[in-house]
Write a protein that binds this ligand. Structure first.
Ligand code: ATP
Length: 866
């Protein structure tokens, strides 16, 4: 919908922001077409007259004490090129104010200023227009000077009178637009002081009173206080006339009646607002000239006393009221506070009358010290420039016909509809923009939510990865521990099996021992048992391999030495000593094959490392069992070797028994071979081992044992030979002594402290005893039962069936020890022999059979010396 012509007229074109047409107080100044300006070249307003209802002009006065006018350009105020903008500089920056015109008093005198900005507004009054010219600004800014002029130049009031009434007193007024009507004016001069209206013309009896037809009251009376009737001062005094000069002089005289006071800021400071109302009754024009009292700071103005302060307060009240009215109109408020002050009450028509126009002259000072006042003044004027007038408010004189009123209302309706339509369009655009912004906001929120979800996902993934990593570590650790546990269980199971096997083997050994003690001594049965033992030994080998680990076996050989006077028994050193130490052989002067010992006791001792005490104790126990077992085996082998395969000793059948013996020897190899391999896996690092001469002897003590056993087996023939000669015995005795000396220095296999010597004597004649003395080396923890076994193995074939009992110790004549208690009595409890702590004496008493030793008889008494 295209705007109607009426609509166009509602929206004035101006440079300042316009307000929406909502207030009824909008002004509508008529376009001053046809007006003539004498200085059109200097008056831009004459070229482009504004339709703004309120025009704001600023006049910057000159500094009174400024000598060098060229320095004005360096002042705080600066006028723009078009002459309509004013820039105010301060310490913090500058501010630009767009006005309808700016005038500098230094460049433009009052007349020029008047002609440029005021004349056009005044001359329309002659044609019935109404104009209000008000002076506004701080005290001392030149308001009064601009309004009333000074000594050298006239002010706006007087120039306006001239423009309305014509030049000079003799002209007697001007004709109005050539209609032949002489104009005259009615002039009222009012003063608003302390919110009271005083008539300055009332009671005036000046020099010129009564002249030129001007009606003045006779006599000088005090100023009359007037009341406001409607929008005008009731009963105000007027000066009527058509001579501008005379009226101007009278006005100038009564203007002196204004209350002025000298202040620090103004020597003649106006303490009241002065309102000059100039009516042109013939045309209905009106010109209101308002010289407002300057707003001021009481302390700055140096006002003291209650009356002075009250004056200032009242002045400021009027200024503030006018400011509120201007702001309310500019803001389009429904209520305009005209009734707040007498000044605004008188100016109400100026704001509401459609034919009225307001020209506001802002007086300011270029003094930087007054800059805040200047800025406040310019802000006030800028606000006043926002006032718009939208419609012609009908006055009582505007009586339109009903048809005209209907047309006007229809036009208003059309205009309002257009305005509503425009508002709707604007609302739609705003809604569209709002929706767009809202969609953008939603999109941003969704984007934020997405990012938040991604962030949470990333954080969750991090946590899941950590948890998975921990689970993997736990699983790996669990698997490792499970494998370790299984390994430990397996090893424990193997050890249990080994223990079970060893116990079983030990039981087998015990049963074998019982069989040996039993009357059935069948050689075939023994051979079978030996084969079983070999098989068991193979198993034992496995068991020992499994059980060995880091264990290092130490094979020791218990030495058994027969007494030198024993013709059938040959003293014998340990295998190692015999094999490793050739010097002994050389010293003794014999070789092992020639002198087979009566008994060889093999013992295996496991030296433990630093493993647990339980395993150590268990292994020690097992080692003892093995030691006993092997010792017993070897003893049995030796014993068996001395017997015929059929159980009968047969010296003459040497050739027949040779192959059988070799078979037995092979069995012995099997038995010892297991230990040889075991020893090869873990050679003995004991410092007691000596470096062997023969490389074949470096394998292990057990291999040496095997070698030695082989030799001894071959020497069986020699053992079965008739007893050696006396020389041999003497050599044995020497060997024994030498061996004893060697033993004391270097014990073989076991510690010397663990061994002790036992001299065995028979309870028979001394002669027999001398021939039957045996010296045995046994372990200290050996019992009489162990000693019995050794003694039995050393008996001659002819004495195998000889049984005996150990006599009660410590009592040469004591009772014999029961055989069932021999296992509980240690050999170390035997009495000391030859006053040697390491030598003990064992006394034997034949029980059943007579000893068949040749040339040997039982002891007749026991002696502790041999
Ligand atoms: N443009 C000017 N050129 C020369 N002198 C001026 C000018 N403006 C003001 N004056 C002088 O400054 C003094 C103060 O001026 P004026 O009284 O007009 O100020 P005012 O704004 O009316 O102050 P107040 O509000 O106190 O009455 C006067 O003596 C006046 O002559």
């Amino acid at each position: 919908m295209a705007p109607t012509p009426y609509q166009k007229s509602l929206i004035p074109s101006c440079q300042t922001p316009t307000k929406t047409p909502q207030s009824k107080h909008r002004l509508n100044f008529p376009n001053p077409k046809g007006s003539t300006y004498p200085h059109t070249s200097l008056n831009p307003l004459s070229v482009t007259p504004t339709e703004h209802p309120v025009e704001v002009i600023s006049r910057i006065r000159d500094l009174p004490d400024r000598k060098d006018k060229s320095s004005l350009s360096s002042s705080a105020l600066e006028i723009s090129g078009d002459g309509r903008s004013l820039r105010v500089r301060s310490d913090v920056g500058y501010r630009d104010f767009s006005l309808d015109g700016v005038s500098l008093s230094e460049n433009e005198d009052l007349e020029g200023f008047y002609r440029r900005f005021v004349e056009s507004r005044v001359k329309v009054v002659r044609s019935g227009a109404k104009c209000t010219i008000m002076m506004y600004g701080p005290t001392g800014a030149g308001k009064s000077h601009t309004m009333f002029g000074g000594l050298k130049e006239s002010g706006i009031v007087y120039m306006a009178l001239k423009d309305i009434l014509g030049e000079g007193d003799r002209d007697g007024g001007m004709e109005v637009a050539g209609f032949g009507i002489t104009l005259f004016v009615q002039v009222a001069v009012l003063e608003i002081y302390n919110e009271e209206i005083y008539d300055l013309l009332s009671g005036w009896n000046g020099n010129g009173a009564g002249t030129d037809g001007i009606a003045l009251p006779k006599g000088s009376t005090p100023k009359a206080r007037l009341e406001v009737m409607g929008r005008k001062a009731k009963n105000a005094t007027y000066i009527c006339g058509n001579e501008a000069g005379k009226i101007s002089r009278e006005v100038a005289k009564v203007e002196k009646r204004r209350i002025v006071k000298s202040t620090l800021l103004n020597e003649r400071s106006s303490r009241s607002h002065c309102v000059i109302i100039l009516d042109v009754p013939s045309v209905g024009g009106r010109l209101m000239l308002v010289d407002m009292a300057g707003s001021e700071n009481i302390e700055q103005a140096g006002q003291a006393g209650f009356e002075a302060k009250m004056q200032t307060a009242k002045i400021n009240q009027g200024n503030i009221a006018l400011k509120r009215v201007v702001e309310s109109i500019a803001n389009g408020d429904s209520h305009i506070p005209f009734r707040d002050s007498k000044l605004t009450m008188l100016l109400q028509d100026s704001f509401e009358d459609d034919k009225s126009k307001i020209l506001m002259i802002l007086c300011a000072s270029p003094d930087p010290k007054e800059m805040h006042k200047t800025i406040a003044t310019l802000e006030y004027g800028a606000k006043a420039k926002c006032i718009v007038r939208v419609a012609h408010m009908p006055t009582p004189r505007d009586k339109l016909s009903s048809e005209d009123s209907s047309a006007l209302l229809r036009s208003r309706i059309v205009a309002m509809n257009q305005f509503i339509y425009n508002l709707q369009i604007e609302n739609k655009l705003k809604d569209k923009e709002f929706n767009k912004v809202q969609r953008e906001l939603l999109r941003k929120e969704e984007e934020i939510l997405g990012l938040q979800s991604k962030l949470e996902l990333i954080e969750g993934m991090g946590a899941a990865e950590k948890e998975e990593e921990i689970k993997c570590l736990v699983n790996e650790r669990t698997q490792a521990l499970s494998l370790e546990l299984k390994e430990m269980e397996k090893r424990m199971h193997q050890q249990e099996e080994e223990l079970h096997f060893l116990r079983k083997q030990l039981e087998g050994m015990e049963s074998t021992k019982c069989e040996l003690h039993s009357p059935d001594r069948d050689g075939v049965k023994f051979v079978k048992r030996l084969a079983e033992m070999c098989v068991e030994d193979q198993g034992m080998e496995k068991s020992m391999e499994l059980d060995m680990g880091d264990l290092q076996p130490v094979h020791d050989i218990t030495e058994i030495i027969k007494e030198q006077n024993c013709p059938n028994l040959i003293p014998f050193n340990s295998f190692q000593q015999d094999c490793n130490n050739s010097s002994i052989e050389e010293d003794v002067g014999f070789h092992k094959p020639k002198f087979f010992p009566d008994m060889v006791c093999l013992s295996t001792i496991f030296e433990r490392d630093d493993e647990g005490e339980d395993r150590k104790s268990m292994d020690e126990e097992v080692g003892k069992d093995v030691e006993k077992c092997i010792g017993l085996n070897v003893a049995l082998i030796s014993k068996n070797l001395t017997e015929d395969p059929n159980g009968l000793p047969d010296v003459d059948n040497e050739k027949d028994s040779d192959s059988t013996r070799r078979t037995r020897i092979q069995n012995i190899f099997r038995l010892c071979g297991n230990h040889r391999e075991l020893a090869q896996q873990a050679p003995v690092p004991t410092p007691m081992n000596r470096k062997p001469k023969d490389a074949t002897m470096q394998s292990s003590p057990l291999s040496q044992c095997k070698e030695l056993i082989t030799k001894e087996i071959h020497s069986v023939e020699f053992v079965l030979q008739p007893k050696p000669s006396e020389n041999s015995i003497s050599r044995l005795s020497a060997c024994e002594r030498e061996t004893e000396s060697k033993e004391n220095k270097e014990p073989i296999g076991v510690e010397a402290a663990d061994m002790m010597n036992v001299y065995v004597r028979w309870e028979a004649s001394k002669e027999l005893s001398r021939n039957m003395i045996m010296k045995l080396s046994v372990l200290r923890n050996s019992t009489l039962s162990d000693l019995r076994k050794l003694i039995e193995t050393h008996l001659e074939e002819s004495s195998k069936n000889q049984t005996f009992t150990f006599l009660l110790l410590a009592d040469p004549l004591g009772a014999p020890v029961p055989m069932e208690k021999e296992a509980t009595v240690f050999v170390s409890k035997l009495p000391i022999c030859n006053n040697q702590l390491n030598s003990h004496l064992a006394c034997l008493r034949p029980t059943k059979n007579t000893v068949q030793w040749p040339n040997q008889f039982p002891f007749s008494s026991l002696e502790n010396t041999i």
